[in-house]
Ligand binder design. Structure first.
Ligand code: MG
Length: 282
C-alpha cells in the first residue's frame, strides 16, 4: 500500500474553498472542487481551467454539487435547504446536478460529491422511496458519464447510510467520509462509523470539530483546525489504512473570510498528515 495523495478543497470562483494558487504554493497536487457558478460552467472555461491545472501540476479528484439557496446556518435550516432532499427544489436541482456532472466530465473528473441532504427515515416509506428514486436517476446520469457519486457523511448515522446505499442499488454510489461532520451533526463516533462504512469510502475530508455544548443533532458543534478537535487525527488515518482506503485525502477548512489563516491552518494540517503517514507507512 502506498501513501495517500493529500489535497485541499478549492474553488474556481469565489467560494468556500481556497484558490488554486494557494494549493500550488503549498505544493499540493490534488484538489476537490466546489461547484463552479453557473456562468463559469462553459466549455471555454473548462479548457482555460484545465490549462491552469496542467501548469500548476494539479488534478481535480472530485467536483462537489452545490446549489443556490443552501444554508448551513443551523442544523434545522440545513435540513430544509441543503441538497436533493428538499422537495420544492428537488427536480430543478437534479437537472442542475446533471449539468454540473457534465461540466466535471469536461474537466476529466470521474467523481461527484454531494451532501444530498437529510435522508428521511426508512419508516417514512413515501418520502424515503422518492429520494431513493432521485439518487438512482443521478447515479444513472453519472454512470453514462463514467462517473461515481460520493455521498458526504454526517447527516445520517453510519447504519442508516449503509441501508440507503444498498437501497439505491447502483454500483457507482460510494462515500466521501468526513469525520468532523459526524461530530458537528451529532451522528456518532467518527472512528466507529468509519469502520462500519469503510468498504464504501472512496474519498475523505480531513476536517476536525468539537461537539456542541448544547443538544447534539439540534445545535452545531464547532469546526476547528485538523488535529485540534475530537477526531483523533492519528487514529483516523490509521483506521483508513486498516479499512484499505486508497483514494485521495482532502483537507477541508472553510474560513474563506480569513484567507491567510485558512492557508496557514491548511499548511499545518498537511504537515500533520505527512508526519502521520510517515509513521503509518514506515
Ligand atoms: Mg466535508
Amino acid at each position: 500500500m502506498k501513501k495517500w495523495s493529500v489535497g485541499v478543497f478549492a474553488s474556481i470562483d469565489a467560494g468556500l474553498g481556497v484558490q488554486l494558487e494557494v494549493a500550488r504554493d503549498l505544493g499540493i497536487h490534488t484538489v476537490q472542487l466546489h461547484t463552479p457558478a453557473k456562468t463559469s460552467r462553459t466549455p471555454d472555461n473548462a479548457k482555460a481551467f484545465l490549462r491552469k491545472l496542467e501548469e500548476y501540476g494539479i488534478t481535480v479528484t472530485c467536483v462537489f454539487l452545490g446549489f443556490e439557496g443552501e444554508s448551513y446556518e443551523t442544523i434545522a435550516i440545513t435540513a430544509e435547504t441543503v441538497g436533493l432532499v428538499p422537495h420544492e427544489t428537488r427536480e430543478t436541482r437534479l437537472q442542475e446536478s446533471f449539468e454540473i456532472a457534465d461540466f466535471a466530465k469536461l474537466l476529466g473528473v470521474d467523481a461527484i460529491g454531494s451532501h444530498i441532504g437529510f435522508v428521511p427515515h426508512k419508516d417514512d416509506v413515501k418520502k424515503y422511496s422518492e429520494i431513493v428514486e432521485t439518487i438512482q436517476k443521478l447515479c444513472d446520469h453519472l454512470a453514462a458519464n463514467g462517473q461515481r457519486l460520493h455521498l458526504e457523511t454526517g447527516q445520517e448515522k453510519a447504519e442508516d447510510l449503509l441501508t440507503f446505499l444498498k437501497d439505491v442499488q447502483r454500483d457507482n454510489i460510494f462515500i466521501n467520509f468526513d469525520p468532523a461532520n459526524l461530530i458537528l451533526y451529532g451522528m456518532g463516533n467518527p472512528i466507529e462509523s468509519l469502520k462500519k462504512v469503510g468498504s464504501y469510502v472512496r474519498s475523505v475530508h480531513c476536517k476536525d470539530a468539537k461537539p456542541t455544548n448544547g443538544t447534539p443533532g439540534v445545535d452545531w458543534g464547532t469546526e476547528v483546525p485538523f488535529g485540534t478537535g475530537d477526531v483523533d487525527a492519528e487514529l483516523f488515518l490509521a483506521t483508513l489504512k486498516e479499512v484499505g482506503f486508497d483514494g485521495p485525502i482532502t483537507i477541508e477548512r472553510e474560513i474563506p473570510q480569513e484567507p491567510q489563516r485558512q492557508k496557514d491552518e491548511i499548511g499545518q494540517a498537511l504537515h500533520l498528515i505527512y508526519s502521520i503517514e510517515d509513521k503509518l507507512f514506515a
